[in-house]
Design a protein. Sequence first.
Length: 560
Amino acid sequence: MSGVEVAGLVLGALPLLLAGLQFYGEGIAVTKRYWKYREEVNSLLDDLKAESAVYQNSIETLLLGVVDSRDVTEFLANPGGELWKAAAFERKLRKRLGASYDPYLSTILKLRNTAEAFKERLKLSDSGQAFHAFKEHYKRLKFSLSKSDYADLMNTFRNANTVLHRLTFQRQNIESQQRRDRFPCPDFQTINEGAKGFFSVLSSGWTCQCQAAHAVSLRLEPRMEDVSSDDEVDEDHGFTMRDPFHVLFQYGYRDTVTPSIDVSPWDWDEADIHVIRGDLASKSTCRMNSGKGVRFASEARKAVKAALQPEANLQLIKDLCTALQNLQKPQRDVCLTLLAKEIAKQKYELKIYPTPLPPQDTKQWTVVTLRSALKRGRRFPKRDRVRLAVTLASSVLQLHETPWLDDSWGIDNIYFVERPGSNAYDQPFVLRGLDPILSTLKESVPKHLSRMIQNRPLFALGVTLIELWYGKSLTDLHEDEDGPHGTGDAQIEFITKLNTAYRLADELADDAGAKYSDAVRRCIRCDFSLRANSLEDVELQKAVFHGVVSQLKATQDFMG
């Protein structure tokens, strides 16, 4: 018998001990002669119940890091069963506990011996039951009903439980720190600043009469391995982002900018965009003249260096629309940037690198929203949805308070561009029209109710995470207890949405597991144990990254 099986056997033995003591307690209650033992037996029963709960909590916590959350219930319901005997389970448990494995199992063995000693002193059968009715059983076997005669066993039980609890939660803390070390918090402030400046400059680059017909779609990236917020920043080389922004340009007629209509007749183009701070751009001009380069230690700084280097095929433009329309295949090996007088008006300079090959078969491209994708069921599997959850959570930290992401964003604001021969779900986009009138339209929330949500972008993320897990919109997940919906009354609809979100955030743990459900709960309730509730606060950014993004990534890794 393996040590792991012993853990299950102890889990199964404890309810039998409790049942035996319960039997004695009930027997004493109806046998006046033994009433003097009533308090002692009940006190012993209470103590054993408490230690039993502590043990089960420790084992359940351990299981949640080793097996699928949906299997935990079966493990607990069948202690010592076939699941406990699986070699793969023992390997996973050994891997999780590391150096604590042997002490852990030694402590469990001590608990098993203590449970057996309890059963022997109480004269219980292997089933945990007395052989006869209480009065006859007590007279025949003459076992002790005094709590003090079991004090040594209770102390052993209590001490062993304390050791298990410490080992379990020490491993949790180590794993948590390892995750933090594995995923140091990216410098979201820099990314956010770049996203704002990027849109501002890009908007000024369209001087054509058809500006209102254009739209730009920004691809959302997890950026889990971008520059850490704890890294030192070289002010001379400043704006450090390892990867550029990737965009799709759409240009055509004015009425085609509306996302709800088919876009296949439009023209498209695609590019990577490097954002350079204005003062660095001027410094790079000096470096161009001197011919001297600068070496950076990190990949991010190497990327910045490359962006600051002189471009042999640099093409200065006044109007981005004209440049894109004139961009033919032989001319694609270029770097587009605005004329110097246009750059001077902005804090940032953009270097736009079109993809090496022009977009293919654009007449067959179609755009679908995340809402539409969720309705496809098996065509949008849960593994892909959890991967998307990681990207969306990170994107909230990157794009909050920017023109790219409204506070009340949702599944109607996330897009996929379906192209022949590619998986659209790997590349989510947010779309931004360049018509200032259309771009300012936002979902209205009753002002006197808005304070009920501590952080609207995070609440929106929590709702979206719920929808991604279940593969249904929040409306489809509504139940009567949440309140009326479809009334047309903004206040009633708002309260109902809150009730549905709160209910599902609480229910999700049974289905999605601790990590995913905790991430959802933190977003819905803005529960990060901090006074700050604005994503402009660096400490909240770090808390969201470690408490939401990293937890979702752990769920993704577990699903494979």
